[in-house]
Design a protein around this ligand. Sequence first.
Ligand SMILES: Cc1ncc(COP(=O)(O)O)c(C=O)c1O
Length: 496
Amino acid sequence: MDKFNAPLFERLVEHAAGGHASLHVPGHKSGQGIDPAARPYYESLLRLDLTEITGLDDLHHPEEVILQAQQLAAECFGADETFFLINGSTVGNLAMIMSVCRRGDLLLVQRDVHKSVIHGLMLAGARAVFLNPEIDSETGMALGVRAETVRTALQKYPEAKGLLITRPGYYGGANALELIVQMLHEQGKPLMVDEAHGAHFGFHPALPKSALQCGADVVVQSTHKLLTAMTMGAMLHVQGELVDRKELKRYLTMLQSSSPSYPLMASLDLSRRQMHTEGMELLEQGIRIIDGFLEKMNQVDRFELLEPGANQGIQRDPFKVIIKDAQGRMSGFELKDALEARGCFVELADPQAVLLVFSLASTELDAGRIVEALKAIAEQAPQGTASSIAAAGESSTGRTASYAALTGMSEPVSFDEPMARQKGTAQVPLNDAIGMLSAEMIVPYPPGIPVLCPGERITAEIVDYLKQLIHMGGRIHGLIQGEQPMLAVVITPKEL
Ligand SMILES: Cc1ncc(COP(=O)(O)O)c(C=O)c1O
């Protein structure tokens, strides 16, 4: 197989060019039947929107072009085997957890995970011990789990089936993994990595090593996020023998559609070919554009770059740029609104900053537009030194100190869904909730780390932390806010 080929894409194009009569699904018949208003946008793409007919293989039993495309992807990303995902990293996380955990099994899980990880634990009926990540003292942002925390957890819970982490974090920090891998492998346990935001890692010396390069056993990547596949296109990579691949395949078959989108799968094939053949050059070009942007941004002294973890030796993804108002007069949300009003749409905002996501596809033009928008905002926005964020009591150090008060890891939390469904829920004032089980995921922003998961015991420490955040005016998803903040708690039928 030749890395310059994109076997799945090429076969689709070949079939579409054949001018065959379509006597199979999909019903739009290569775009013939679509709404005329959609034609200018969809027409060419729908010619490739085919199905499992002769010559186009089958995602669930790949033997021809899909198998070849997946094998090329494994070679490109450094896996023993790669599976194409058509429901994003979401389905990869679900399958990864379900293939490793049976009902009641215990998994070590980094606390700041995407909700699909929690859903995977629920579907598996597993138990989790949540490991708190290290927090950056300046920004309050999460930096990944320390090797020391993993060591302690492995000693305390030798029965754990493995460890699941998120790397990089949403804000681009990528902690070192080698020691963590070594500790797990000494005990024959797998490291599972949600690398949704890191499909480009390892392709350029300025980027962190990929999780596979660090020795992880199963890795999920959203190829659509930082690379160029279509939205929902993702990959699951496996290496070594610590994870049962038959089980992985079984769950992927259960969880993924039996009619996967061919344009979507072909976009994975194309994205792989791009990285395989010119990844380094394209990333280099992207990094040059970002460097140029940062240089110009530095001249607008109103705005400051945040680099959480940079002083603690955490490597950062250069494609994630965090900007805040150095005078503290505009919150991240206000800055986001001001940028949008000038035609620049950002990935996310939090009380202190906005996150810009660049990629190998970013252009000088895009970078120039955001510089111009920042300059215009700097000229028009109120000047001064008083910090509206500090005025609201949201000092990042205060936030960090209180978060650090939370312990290094949780007690085991059960995600037994059928059991949970037999229970009711009730809303109780914060103080009364101490000692009860939370019925909701409670996530303060920032740092966007769930302090409570459904089924997790509510401690006095956590209630204190939530009260501090409320006092500071923080946003807390899952909390019922009002004059008397309430938490939804689990009630057994007897107590109802
Ligand atoms: C860390 C992380 N994992 C998993 C996902 C889910 O990925 P997808 O949208 O590809 O399903 C996301 C989505 O934002 C994410 O941020």
